[in-house]
Design a protein around this ligand. Sequence first.
Ligand code: DC
Length: 225
Amino acid sequence: MTCVSFVAAIDGPAGAGKSTLARKVASLLGMRYLDTGALYRAIAFSLYSRQVLPEEGPEMDAAIDDISVEILEDGLLLNGKDVGKEIRSPLVDSIVSSYAALPSVRKHLLSVQREQGKIGALVADGRDMGTVIFPDANVKIFLTASDEVRAKRRLLELRERGEDLSYEEVLQTIRERDRVDSERSAAPLRKAEGAIEMNTDALSIEEAVAELASIISERKRSVTG
Ligand code: DC
């Protein structure tokens, strides 16, 4: 598969800082940003709300056929509706991985994601950007952080939204998501060949943005001349 535009593919486990950093770097470098986790969250939210269990079969196929996700410049629409707030809930955190593991769900989102790579220079984040969706990406980054740091960041984010969860609960959900995302057979989370690994444990957001922006812009210069 050929990437028509310049693509920076960022993968890594939950809470490593992918979305925050990718969004900021994209804006800094004048590139578009694609949050693929939001697509899986929207589909999981829709299926769960309609009481469709995370299992392959005719019921799943029919339900998926009824789902449309439209990617906007900053967000997405699920069957025409803005579900930005709903898809970030602790409930969706705990159910999303089991829906994202289904090949039918992943297939439904494949072309939506690849289309975004043809529109203009793109920073895309997820679990399989560099391995499956954009295997020819111009630069691949694998972002990591320790379980504890990731749980602390997620807890802060949830508390800012008024959710009252304990550190232990958040840590457990993060570890369970990592396990399901890495052990599934369809597009498991793993470091793509040739990806640059970056650990964000000891970095502030500003430091991580600067490092990421420098890697991507350097590659962009070498590609575009
Ligand atoms: O990045 P996130 O935490 O918002 O992602 C939510 C879930 O979606 C994550 O647990 C796994 C799944 N996901 C995926 O399977 N593939 C992607 N490219 C992005 C997310």
